[in-house]
Design a protein around this ligand. Structure first.
Ligand SMILES: [Zn+2]
Length: 99
């Protein structure tokens, strides 16, 4: 259990939320998971993907889910996580998406 992987990047505004249980799906609704400019080889399968993890690792969402299922222990360290749950509000939409 050595989890000293707390490297600080200059920018890390993209906070991950919960780590899904093995076999469950990631919730990647945030547009930051999608790189509109380029596809990079997925770190898991090597195929190009516009998808990014919270740490900006190029990875297919489905590949990340498979990886969590295949590596449940390592997954707990938070390599891939779902988005943070939106704040509980009576209405869940209508938040302006400023750039
Ligand atoms: Zn992949």
């Amino acid at each position: 259990m050595t989890s000293r992987g707390r490297t600080k990047k200059e920018k890390q505004p993209f906070e991950p939320g919960l780590i899904p249980a093995p076999g469950h799906l990631l919730v990647w609704r945030d547009s930051r998971h999608f790189d509109h400019w380029q596809a990079l080889p997925c770190t898991l399968c090597g195929q190009p993907t516009p998808m990014r993890s919270h740490s900006e690792e190029p990875v297919h969402k489905a590949c990340a889910e498979d990886w969590i299922t295949a590596n449940p222990v390592e997954a707990r360290l938070g390599r891939f996580a779902s988005d943070l749950a939106p704040k509980p509000k009576s209405e869940s939409k209508g938040q302006g998406d400023h750039v």
